[in-house]
Design a protein around this ligand. Structure first.
Ligand SMILES: C[S@@+](CC[C@H](N)C(=O)[O-])C[C@H]1O[C@@H](n2cnc3c(N)ncnc32)[C@H](O)[C@@H]1O
Length: 312
């Protein structure tokens, strides 16, 4: 029977190890628990001196699991030595019966967390996601290290975390495209928070698919990180990453400079690259390099480095 002590020991071991690495490397947000023990199907991320606990099961949880949830909260508080209000709980489903998980709130409270050269504004309370996807920390470093003097396009840019890294890495110009005005505002705030002049960069609030149809500018580095599924009133048809990969990558290749690099990432669990993409371009699956050490799921995302084929 797994009890409080067992879960506490596991989280403590993970935390000590990962906090040491994070401190050495210079980042403040990382994962300390990811369903390591099957009886405790939760995820815990640290954002500086805060913890976010996710209940990631699809079905409703039973009373025993609910008790385990309490153990996790206690363990996290003890190990991080933080008060209850610094522990944020996100649950997709409520427990069966009377007791309910805390609902998502509306606090508009942003805190700043450091990640290498960047400082990101995250909102731990109001949304299911915090504004910073921790699994893309390695991809952000790849972008940082390869942006010097480049024109960069970030499609489905969310809160602009990849765009900020590109700008800090010396990109000449960064164009961020996202359909959501809220996230574009957040991206601008992230730029300002890092003292990056807004006027040198573009923030486009539009469907990335529409943008790709219309655009004609060339880019040296493109990041394409779409959701698995997307639809909106603005779009004529739904987008599904696996079904529509060929069309969307083709459009990106049209805008990619001859020596340019396209990073294509997605979170679809069993994603397979379409053979037609392999025909069109050089494709390297770099997923093993872009999953951070603090993640246990080797398929949290799939990531590909794509370049033009040499002309014959
Ligand atoms: C998977 S996230 C992108 C994550 C981001 N690349 C990062 O690393 O932080 C999804 C984002 O896609 C945006 N989005 C969804 N459908 C879209 C569309 N058709 N065009 C543009 N943005 C879209 C959402 O607003 C959201 O910000």
């Amino acid at each position: 029977m797994t009890d409080l002590k067992t879960i506490q020991n596991r989280i403590e071991k993970n935390y000590k190890h990962r906090a040491k690495i994070a401190k050495r490397e210079g980042f403040e947000a990382f994962r300390i628990y990811e369903k390591d023990i099957p009886d405790f199907p939760f995820i815990v991320d640290v954002y500086k001196d805060n913890a976010v606990i996710y209940e990631k099961r699809d079905e409703e949880i039973d009373a025993e699991k609910f008790e385990h949830f309490g153990y996790i909260i206690s363990a996290v508080k003890n190990i991080l030595n933080i008060p209850e209000e610094k522990v944020v709980i996100k649950a997709r489903k409520r427990q069966v019966g009377d007791t309910q998980y805390v609902k998502l709130e509306e606090r508009n409270e942003l805190i700043s967390v450091k990640e290498y050269a960047a400082h990101y504004l995250v909102n731990l309370h109001d949304y299911l996601d915090t504004g910073l996807f921790l699994d893309h920390r390695p991809l952000r470093q790849i972008v940082f290290k390869s942006s010097e003097g480049k024109k960069v396009l970030n499609l489905f840019s969310y809160t602009g975390s990849i765009s900020v890294m590109a700008a800090l890495g010396g990109a000449r110009q960064v164009t961020s495209v996202d359909m959501s005005a809220t996230y574009q505002d957040w991206a601008r705030k992230n730029f300002e928070h890092n003292n990056i002049p807004l006027k040198e960069h573009n923030f486009i609030t539009d469907s990335a698919l529409e943008y790709l149809e219309k655009a004609s500018q060339r880019f040296d580095l493109i990041v394409l990180d779409p959701p698995t599924f997307s639809n909106s009133k603005k779009m004529e048809e739904d987008f599904e990453v696996e079904k529509d990969q060929v069309a969307v990558i083709k459009q990106c290749l049209r805008l990619l400079a001859p020596d340019g690099v396209l990073y294509f990432s997605n979170n679809k669990r069993a994603f397979k690259i379409d053979p037609a993409v392999l025909e069109m371009a050089n494709v390297q699956d770099i997923t093993a390099k872009t999953i951070p050490e603090d993640y246990r799921n080797p398929k949290i995302h799939h990531c590909f480095k794509i370049t033009h084929k040499a002309k014959k």
